[in-house]
Ligand binder design. Structure first.
Ligand code: ADP
Ligand code: MG
Length: 245
C-alpha cells in the first residue's frame, strides 16, 4: 500500500573532511510509518538523524519534509525543526527547570503559546507518558527512564509531524528500557511517524514497518522486519545480526 511520504531523502551525500559519512542515501518515510535504523557503530545512523533535522548540512542531494524542500536557514528552518521532534540517548533536559517547565518551554518560546495553555497541554502529555505526579520535580530527582519519558513529552509538546529517536534506551538501566519502549509502542499505534535508531530488536520486530540497515555510510537494506530478521540479503547484515541476536 502506498502511503503519503513525510520524509524523503534523495541522493543525499555528506562528508566530514575525507570521510564520506552518508553515501547517496535514498530513503522515504511515509506518514504514520515506523522505520527502525540499525547498523554497526560508526555507520552513520546518528548523522542520518541529524541530517533529517538539518542539525547537519549536506553536500549534495535533497531532503523534503511533507513535500517541501528543507529550508537552509532562518525562521523557516526553525519551524521545520519544530515539526520533527528529536529524542537523544542522553535525555538533554534542562537541569534547573522542573519537568513541567521542560515540557512547556519550547511551545511558549518557539510556538508563542500562552504559558497557562502550554502548561495544560504539557500536563496532558505528562499523563500520556505516566508522569503527572512528577510534574514539579527536577530532572535529577527522576530515574533515567522517567527522564527519557519527559524528553518524549517535551518533543510531543511541539506537535511534531514526526519523531526521531537516536538510541533512546541505550543509556538506560535494563529495567527502565521497557517503560520507554512502551511509550514509543503507543505512539506508533496512535499513528505517529517515527524514525528510531535502536538495538532493541524486539521493538523493531513488533512495531516497525521497515528496518533500514546501514553500513559504512550506505543504506544497505530497507526491508520489512520479517524479511530483514529471517532473511538478510547482505553479508554485512548477516554479520551484524549474528553479533547482536
Ligand atoms: P553511528 O551513529 O552509526 O554510530 P555516526 O553517525 O555517529 O555513526 O558517525 C558516523 C561516522 O562519522 C563515524 O566514523 C564518526 O566518527 C564520524 N563523525 C560523526 N560526527 C562527526 C563530526 N562531527 N566530525 C567528524 N566526524 C564525525
Ligand atoms: Mg549513533
Amino acid at each position: 500500500m502506498a502511503v503519503d511520504p513525510l520524509i524523503e531523502l534523495h541522493g543525499v551525500n555528506k562528508w566530514y573532511g575525507d570521510l564520506h559519512v552518508l553515501q547517496n542515501i535514498d530513503l522515504t518515510v511515509g506518514k504514520g510509518e515506523v522505520v527502525v535504523v540499525v547498523g554497526p557503530s560508526g555507520s552513520g545512523k546518528s548523522t542520518l538523524c541529524r541530517t533529517i533535522n538539518r542539525l547537519e548540512t549536506i553536500q549534495s542531494g535533497a531532503i523534503r519534509l511533507d513535500g517541501r524542500p528543507l529550508p537552509e536557514e532562518g525562521r523557516a528552518l526553525a519551524r521545520l525543526r519544530a515539526d520533527v521532534g528529536m529524542v537523544f540517548q542522553s535525555f538533554n533536559l534542562f537541569a534547573h527547570k522542573t519537568v513541567l517547565q521542560n515540557v512547556s518551554l519550547a511551545p511558549v518560546k518557539v510556538r508563542g503559546r500562552r504559558r497557562d495553555q502550554a502548561d495544560t497541554r504539557s500536563m496532558e502529555l505528562l499523563d500520556r507518558v505516566g508522569l503527572t505526579s512528577h510534574a514539579s520535580k527536577y530532572p535529577a530527582q527522576l530515574s533515567g527512564g522517567q527522564q527519557q519519558r519527559v524528553a518524549i513529552a517535551r518533543a510531543l509538546a511541539m506537535d511534531p509531524k514526526a519523531l526521531l529517536f537516536d538510541e533512546p534506551t541505550s543509556a538506560l538501566d535494563p529495567e527502565m528500557i521497557n517503560e520507554v519502549l512502551e511509550v514509543m509502542r503507543r505512539l506508533a499505534r496512535d499513528g505517529m511517524t517515527i524514525v528510531v535508531v535502536t538495538h532493541e530488536m524486539g521493538f523493531a520486530r513488533a512495531s516497525a514497518n521497515r528496518v533500514v540497515f546501514m553500513a559504512d555510510g550506505r543504506l544497505v537494506e530497507d526491508r520489512t522486519p520479517e524479511e530483514f530478521f529471517t532473511n538478510p540479503r547482505s553479508d554485512r547484515a548477516k554479520d551484524f545480526l549474528s553479533k547482536i541476536l
